[in-house]
Design a protein around this ligand. Structure first.
Ligand code: PRP
Ligand code: URA
Length: 242
């Protein structure tokens, strides 16, 4: 399979000159306007280095994945609309601020997407969370839909769709079809994702150009088993069972 060329960049704080900084592989750049890649900071790269390492044990994998997921949720929330909100401070002055407008809910693609629920709950108190169980066939890589349970008024909400891995894109596309069939407009879906392949991102953008994707990293490509490379292996296994 064709692999993209992942760029390298000097990574580290600005007070160090570039010859003092290490080089690291950063996200592949892709031309899709609806895909937003987190800033490739030294912190993000060091967290990704931890979870990509095959020698990282489950407890550390969970801890460092949770930190990246928190960054994704915080960035994802920036894509929700806000309205003017002016308040008065305890010293009697006004402050021109904003507040979120509209209702949201999370929807996780089980099993791996459930790992992203905690960060969403930490940021959005008592947020409603729906579930879609889609499993990718290990031989054919084709997704199969088993189950969905979603908030009844989901068509009135902004939906934060959660899945850490976007490989061929088959599972996420199927999940979006479920959401559309429940009346959620495409432009009110925000897909939060940890690692995407260029192929998955392209498939997604082509089918759903109005849906926004927030990802931490676009990798080089897919291997012959449709695993993301360099990737991190099977996210669900490493987070839940290995
Ligand atoms: C993984 C992952 C995505 C899907 C990505 O889940 O969490 O849902 O594969 O692959 P795709 O883009 O090619 O569809 P998997 O079906 O392995 O189940 P799991 O969540 O139980 O690990
Ligand atoms: N699912 C994963 O967990 N990892 C991959 O690389 C592809 C699908």
């Amino acid at each position: 399979k064709e692999l993209g060329r992942a760029p390298s960049k000097c990574v580290g704080p600005e007070y160090k000159s570039s010859h003092e900084k290490p080089t690291a592989t950063v996200s592949t750049e892709i031309p899709h306007e609806n895909v937003h890649i987190l800033p490739q900071t030294s912190q993000l790269i060091s967290l990704l280095t931890m979870i990509r390492d095959k020698n990282t044990k489950r407890a550390d994998f969970i801890f460092y994945s949770n930190r990246i997921i928190r960054l994704l949720v915080e960035e994802g929330l920036n894509h929700l609309p806000v309205q003017q909100h002016t308040i008065t401070t305890p010293v009697g002055r006004t402050y021109n601020g904003v507040k979120f407008e509209g209702k949201i809910c999370g929807v996780s693609i089980m099993r791996a997407g459930e790992s992203m629920e905690q960060a969403l709950r930490e940021c959005c108190r008592s947020v409603r969370i729906g579930k879609i169980l889609i499993q990718r066939d290990e031989e054919t890589s084709q997704p199969r839909l088993f189950y969905d349970k979603l908030p009844e008024d989901i068509s009135d909400r902004w939906v934060l769709l959660l899945d850490p891995m976007l490989a061929t894109g088959g599972s996420a596309l199927m999940a979006v079809d479920v959401l559309l069939s429940k009346g959620v407009p495409e432009e009110r879906i925000l897909f939060l994702n940890l690692i995407a392949s260029p192929e998955g991102a392209a498939n997604f953008s082509k089918r759903f150009p109005k849906l926004r994707v927030v990802t931490a990293f676009v990798d080089e490509g897919l291997d012959e088993k449709n695993y993301i490379v360099p990737g991190l292996g099977d996210f669900g296994d490493r987070f839940y069972t290995l």
